[in-house]
Design a protein around this ligand. Structure first.
Ligand SMILES: [Zn+2]
Length: 154
């Protein structure tokens, strides 16, 4: 059941004190947030890294595209990086639509499915990133975008 508690990974928890629905909340240490916060905090990575990790766990974006996004394999120019990241956001959004369809509440469900709630939540964030990136015209804008959204460019 969704309202059962789990052991909190953010403090030395002996009795399950973390509740998970569309967000997580620990009644003992106060840890709180959405799935992106959870992954980011759990693996000690940035929010952008967390989104990428979630995407890669679900096989949404191939590893080599991440290399292009992060510039680890080669040094693509900013416009290329913008295009790749835009493609990535679009594929992520499609995946969220798939979750919204697959896990949508059925008659009689008392709570939203975790992945449905996650998709609702993340779609908004992805939509925000897509809009923000679409407005970046100059290389300077694009560079600022990546800096603001998790330092994707190293
Ligand atoms: Zn805790």
């Amino acid at each position: 059941m969704q309202n059962e508690k789990i052991l909190c990974p953010f403090h030395n928890d002996r009795n399950p004190s973390m509740k998970i629905d569309s967000r997580f909340h620990c009644f003992a240490c106060g840890a709180d947030g959405d799935v992106i916060d959870f992954v980011s905090r759990y693996f000690e990575i940035s929010k952008t890294e967390a989104v990428k990790r979630i995407a890669s766990e679900f096989g949404i974006v191939p590893e080599k595209e991440f290399a292009v996004i992060t510039g680890t394999k080669c040094k693509p120019n900013l416009r290329e990086q913008k295009n790749v990241y835009m493609q990535y956001l679009i594929s992520l959004e499609k995946e969220m639509d798939r979750w919204l369809e697959k896990y949508k509440p059925k008659p009689g469900d008392e709570e939203l499915h975790f992945l449905f709630a996650t998709a609702l939540d993340k779609k908004e964030y992805i939509g925000y990133l897509t809009d923000a990136l679409a407005e970046c015209v100059t290389e300077n804008d694009i560079s600022e975008f990546f800096k603001t959204n998790g330092g994707v460019i190293t």
